[in-house]
Write a protein that binds this ligand. Structure first.
Ligand SMILES: Nc1ncnc2c1ncn2[C@@H]1O[C@H](COP(=O)(O)OP(=O)(O)O)[C@@H](O)[C@H]1O
Ligand SMILES: Nc1ccn([C@H]2C[C@H](O)[C@@H](COP(=O)(O)OP(=O)(O)O)O2)c(=O)n1
Length: 226
């Protein structure tokens, strides 16, 4: 990692479009991509595989050190995520994994254990980093910072469509409740809470098509398209 390697941080709540926008922008810029939420999700599901209780902080910290996460490109699709040699991509995207990740992410030692692993993604020619504390804690010196939001209703609707397309059976009411609960937990924890960096550009994506958000973010990094 070098401090001179450019970083674009994209933080925001669940369903604001961080992953989608980050992946497209990283591809257009030819930069690396860090999905930091996948690391927390991976520890959450690895803890589940080992029957570790989500209230057992010391076992969760050991599990964080023991969990090996690898990202494998999938020819333009969503990268596959390999957890301890198992392709866990589909299990990682479930709301159960998201809730487990949010719970373990409130443990300061778990966050500390993942810090260097996240910073190691900072490699030339540049990095797009997506999460909750990318601009505030992991890459506070990033040259470009974005904070994405959207109304909770629209975020729940996006997640509903996304999960329905994958054949997962969910209800809008249940998803909205889960999103609001996760927002509250991520924003209220004492360590690295979900909040915009002071120097982040806010983009409210409610009603904005993906391509418009991508263009605004690219504009922040490289200036307006000719
Ligand atoms: N601006 C947008 N308008 C409509 N749908 C969007 C927009 N941004 C993202 N989506 C869709 O919403 C879903 C959740 O997006 P995702 O990138 O996974 O959000 P996050 O990483 O913030 O949780 C995906 O199905 C994605 O295609
Ligand atoms: N940098 C990060 C990334 C994720 N987390 C925690 C908090 C989130 O609710 C969970 C899951 O994050 P993830 O970005 O994968 O979830 P969404 O795609 O936004 O629904 O992990 C975190 O605390 N810090």
């Amino acid at each position: 990692m070098t401090a001179s390697t450019p970083v674009l941080t994209i933080d925001g709540p669940s369903g604001s479009g961080k992953g989608t926008i980050s992946r497209i922008v990283a591809q257009r810029l030819g930069w690396h991509y860090l999905d930091s939420g996948a690391l927390y999700r991976a520890v959450g599901i690895a803890a589940g595989w080992s029957d570790i209780d989500l209230s057992d902080a010391s076992a969760l910290v050991r599990c964080t050190f023991d969990t090996v996460v690898r990202f494998r490109d999938d020819a333009g699709g969503e990268p596959r995520v390999i957890v301890n040699d198992v392709d866990a991509t589909d299990e990682l995207r479930t709301e159960t994994a998201g809730a487990a990740a949010s719970a373990i992410a409130a443990i300061p030692e778990v966050r500390a254990a993942l810090k260097d692993r996240q910073r190691a993604f900072r490699q030339l020619p540049g990095l797009v980093a997506d999460g909750r504390d990318m601009g505030t804690v992991i890459f506070p010196d990033a040259a470009h910072k974005v904070f994405l939001t959207a109304s909770a209703e629209e975020r729940a609707e996006r997640r509903y469509k996304q999960l329905k397309d994958k054949g997962v059976s969910v209800t809008m009411d249940g998803l909205l409740r889960e999103i609001l609960a996760r927002d509250a937990r991520d924003a209220s924890r004492t360590v690295a809470p979900l909040r915009p960096a002071d120097d982040a550009v806010h983009i409210d994506t409610t009603g904005l098509p993906i391509e418009v958000v991508v263009a605004r973010v690219l504009d922040i990094v490289v200036g307006p398209a000719p």
